[in-house]
Design a binder for this molecule. Structure first.
Ligand SMILES: [Zn+2]
Ligand SMILES: [Zn+2]
Length: 358
């Protein structure tokens, strides 16, 4: 297949003072026999997009075109594609391929692919499974190419203008709730009520848990109750935190920046557990292992989920009428949106109407 040139918004180098995402033309590999070409209709803006273009994890390759919450329409299919046809409305999340041969892939855990190069990330992915290096470009672009096994079905009737954040924020919060087997009557706390957190609240609630939204921001109280939280705990209120100690079965923590984990550990009930999904780096201070040990508490972390789990969360959201709360923007507003995300001024999630890139 011939390469295709498309318009995109990306960063040509590290975003330092004065540098911004800009309109650019990129070249993608056209669809291989088992790949599909997708016209991007809507793309969510994830907090990790901001980290990636800023090279906060020291692994960014430029040019960097972010975007891994993609809703689109199939415009071309490779010869061997069986699951999709032109015109299908589909989703693409955080990965577009993997080796499909290792133990993790065989178990349907592509996100843990142990092939030479691991999964191919939707953007900033270095390698194809056949060992050819390239740079993958994400959804801030008119089109994207993905292996058909990594393309998701969007359930009939789902509002496609709002669904995009399910593909990263949704599965990232769904997977740990599922693996912790959250069930009716569990007391669950969701820490940080932004893009990830608001999905966590709605998903845990639909699983039957009693859900407390835990936030530093008093302003978010009304919004958290409106999306279904049973209670709101302000984490800067020491008395309120004290009153909730040793009571939570599970805590899902979505804080994206370095923070002190110890006050949250104290909230966990005996054998309770906490999973961090926002922070990719060390906690601000060492964990207090006395507090951990004396109630046999556990602490874990998680990123994204498998392709099967991504489909599961889409179907779960459709079944329970869950939709991300989004604010639609044009691609030309992206630099302002990044600043607002960095300053935590966005309420839940921005979604780009990709018509604006035409
Ligand atoms: Zn993301
Ligand atoms: Zn693999």
């Amino acid at each position: 297949m011939e390469n295709i040139r498309t318009k995109a918004y990306g960063a040509s180098g590290t975003i330092l003072v004065g540098k911004k995402l800009e309109l650019m033309e990129i070249e993608r590999q056209g669809p291989a026999p088992d790949e599909v070409l997708i016209e991007v209709l809507y793309c969510g803006v994830c907090h990790s997009d901001v980290h990636q273009v800023a090279n906060d994890w020291n692994n960014t390759i430029y040019p960097c075109v972010p975007g891994h919450e993609i809703i689109g329409k199939i415009t071309d299919v490779g010869k061997a594609v069986t699951r999709f046809k032109e015109g299908d409305i589909v989703g693409v999340g955080c990965m577009i391929d993997s080796c499909k041969q290792c133990k993790s892939c065989a178990q349907g855990d592509e996100q843990f692919c142990m092939g030479t190069h691991g999964m191919t990330m939707t953007y900033n992915g270095y390698w194809k499974p056949n060992d050819t290096d390239f740079n993958s470009y994400g959804g801030f672009s008119t089109h994207i190419v993905a292996n058909e096994k990594f393309v998701l079905n969007i359930p009939d009737g789902m509002d496609i203008t709002a669904a995009a954040p399910i593909l990263c924020a949704g599965v990232t919060t769904y997977a740990p709730l599922k693996h912790r087997q959250i069930r009716i009557g569990d007391k669950v706390g969701v820490i940080g009520i932004g893009g990830l957190g608001h999905m966590g609240v709605m998903l845990a609630k639909a699983m039957g848990a009693t859900v407390t939204a835990i936030t530093t921001d008093k302003e978010k109280k009304k919004a958290a109750l409106a999306i279904g939280a049973d209670a709101v705990l302000i984490s800067t209120d020491k008395d309120a935190m004290k009153a909730q100690e040793i009571s939570f079965d599970f805590l899902l923590c979505t804080i994206p920046e370095e923070f002190d984990v110890n006050p949250y550990i104290c909230l966990l009930a005996p054998r309770g557990s906490m999973v961090t999904v926002g922070l990719l780096g060390p906690y601000k201070s060492p964990t207090n292992n006395i507090e951990m040990a004396k109630y046999s508490r556990s602490l874990g972390a998680s990123i994204i989920g498998s392709i099967a789990e991504t489909q599961e969360v889409l179907d779960f959201c459709a079944m329970h009428g869950i939709l991300p709360q989004v604010e639609m923007i044009d691609i030309q507003d992206i630099n302002e949106a990044f600043e607002k995300i960095r300053d935590e001024e966005v309420r839940f999630r921005y979604v780009i109407d990709m018509k604006s890139l035409k």
